[in-house]
Design a protein around this ligand. Structure first.
Ligand code: CO
Length: 131
């Protein structure tokens, strides 16, 4: 397993990518809209992982609500797994509170599922299985 990406909530993707690009020299690998989650994202590779910048499409989307409540900042950590169904089953067996009982299609066509922060030391956890 490894860290697939670290998700950072931003108000404006354009502003945020300019900073991460100009100040740190990271390139934007891909950028897309995930309509189902009400978010526009940009992936910036860094070493073996990525920074995922998130911008809400609407104020009442999950990222919009997060920004409203807590402002910009780290939103989630994503762990890459080989078998997301097995990982979800194991986490459930160990008492973790799942947000997604079944995986859905996320950025880059990956299968993703979120684990509630109340089970993971206050950090929203995303499991990612590349397609
Ligand atoms: Co993510």
């Amino acid at each position: 397993m490894k860290i697939d990406h670290i998700g950072i909530a931003t108000r404006q993707l354009k502003e945020a990518t300019a900073l991460w690009h100009d100040a740190l020299g990271l390139e934007v690998d891909s950028s897309e809209e995930v309509g189902e989650q009400g978010v526009r994202i940009a992936m910036l590779p860094i070493g073996e992982t990525h920074i995922e910048l998130l911008e809400p499409l609407t104020p009442d989307s999950p990222i919009g609500k997060f920004l409203d409540k807590r402002g910009p900042g780290i939103h989630h950590i994503a762990i890459r797994v080989d078998d997301i169904l097995a990982a979800l089953r194991q986490m459930k067996e160990k008492g973790a509170r799942l947000i997604d009982e079944t995986p859905r299609v996320g950025a880059g066509g990956c299968l993703v599922a979120f684990i509630h922060p109340s089970s993971t030391n206050g950090v929203l956890l995303e499991l990612v299985q590349p397609q």
